[in-house]
Design a protein around this ligand. Structure first.
Ligand code: PLP
Length: 421
């Protein structure tokens, strides 16, 4: 046991961070680390940026905090308008929060309130994927498909209907198209068995994040889910907490697929590690129905405060000014090529998948049979520890659902240059 009063995680004591600059961090002993995962896929512009600091200080000097029911504030209005514009106006309304879990929680509640407001209170369930990760608060955990996190709370969350998504690494169907077709047919059957009239929304990450090692969906699948939602009269919530704000090379990952959600969540990269800020974006008719029925019965104290929104604005401005979406696309291609070259040398890198600067590597004991390593070997933790010893931070996980094994994410800041990459 450590003597620290903090209790974030079991395991060995961590080195204390000293300072950071660009894509590098240094610990108290002077060891240098390349931030290969942007912390928790959040510090997307790198560390120590004076432009973000200056924008924050300017806002601090004006006013740091106001409460959303007492004052309108200019940074919040400007950031909301900017986010709407990033969706080309497809999602017209914005509700600010301070984290990804709060964003998901808010989207779930907004969707439920929409159906209460429009005379369909019998809709009280969500559908989501297994594996998936949507956050740690009880509502967001209810739609999360990740056994180790769910288990202690299974009796007290209103767990969603969990269905498998496509698995392009392990499926045994004739080809990817017939695999997607089969997964969609099984999803339809599961929803029909559960009662489509009881479903509020389908919740999913357009590219899998931490819980799946960047497992990919594809256009056919997303179009199929959109069509199912339309047919069954439920909403589509895309969770872009991790994929949003440029991580995959477009402002939002859904823009690669041309499938527009009814609600979208985003967080991590919006504050880029400088201040917690997240948002729910929603179609206007959903928000209007809720507002006309008496308002959204929800909110968090720090949501949409001037300092949070000034930070978000500075982040968006930096991404535009430095043309970081193009950098993500270019560096992403290089990262893919580099990881695949390593895979050719190390066959235990069973699958390398991703988009933009969101890449996952799945580790397997036998690449021919795609057999995961035995859980007790903790290969994902060994891999992360080895990388850290070499001065590289990566983001590890194991999926324990019998669907995938050990994996890690490589998700450097969107600002990374050719040499550091
Ligand atoms: N949704 C997704 C897709 C995430 O990746 C995460 C965090 O990893 C969350 C929600 C929860 O975000 P937060 O940790 O900010 O509460």
């Amino acid at each position: 046991m450590t003597t620290s009063p903090l209790f974030y995680q079991a395991g060995p004591a961590l080195p204390e961070v000293s300072h950071a600059d660009g894509v590098y961090l240094w610990d108290e002993h002077g060891n240098e680390y390349l931030d290969g995962c942007s912390g928790a896929i959040a510090c997307n512009l790198g560390h120590g940026r004076t432009d973000i600091r200056d924008a924050m200080v300017a806002q601090l000097d004006r006013v740091a905090f106001t409460y959303r029911t007492q004052f309108e504030n200019a940074p919040a209005v400007a950031l909301a308008e900017a986010l709407v514009e990033l969706t080309d106006g497809a999602l017209e309304k914005v509700f600010f929060v301070s984290s990804g879990s709060e964003a998901v929680e808010s989207a779930l509640k907004l969707a439920r309130q929409y159906f209460v407001a429009t005379g369909q209170p019998q809709r009280r369930r969500f559908v989501s994927l297994r594996p998936s990760y949507h956050g740690s608060t009880l509502g967001a955990l209810g739609v999360t498909g990740y056994q180790p996190l769910e288990a202690p709370f299974a009796d007290i969350t209103s767990a969603s209907l969990k269905v498998p998504g496509p698995d392009f690494y392990r499926h045994t169907d004739a080809d990817d198209a017939s695999h997607v077709e089969r997964v969609l047919a099984e999803t339809r059957a599961a929803i029909e068995a559960a009662d489509p009239g009881a479903i509020i929304a389908f919740v999913l990450e357009p590219v899998g994040g931490a819980s799946t090692g960047a497992r990919m969906l594809d256009r056919r699948y997303l179009e199929g889910i959109r069509a199912l939602c339309d047919e069954f009269g439920c909403l589509l919530i895309l969770d872009e907490v991790l994929t949003g704000i440029g991580r995959t090379g477009t402002w939002f990952a859904y823009q690669h697929y041309g499938v527009t959600p009814d609600l979208l969540t985003t967080a991590k990269g919006l504050g880029a590690g400088y201040y917690p800020v997240g948002a729910v974006l929603a179609r206007e008719h959903i928000v209007n129905a809720v507002m006309e029925s008496g308002g959204f019965q929800h909110g968090h104290t720090y949501a949409g405060n001037p300092l949070a929104c000034a930070t978000g604005l500075a982040v968006l401005e930096a991404i535009r000014r430095e043309r970081l979406l193009a950098n993500v696309a270019e560096r992403g291609r290089r990262l893919e090529a580099g990881l695949k070259a390593l895979q050719a040398r190390f066959p235990w890198m069973g699958d390398v998948r991703g988009l933009g600067l969101l890449w996952g590597v799945e580790l397997v004991a036998d690449p021919r049979t795609r057999t995961p390593f035995p859980a007790a070997e903790n290969q994902f933790a060994r891999m992360t520890a080895l990388a850290k010893e070499e001065g590289l931070l990566i983001y590890p996980r194991r999926t324990l659902d019998g669907l995938a094994g050990d994996h890690f994410l490589v998700t450097p800041p969107l600002t990374i240059d050719a040499q550091d990459l």
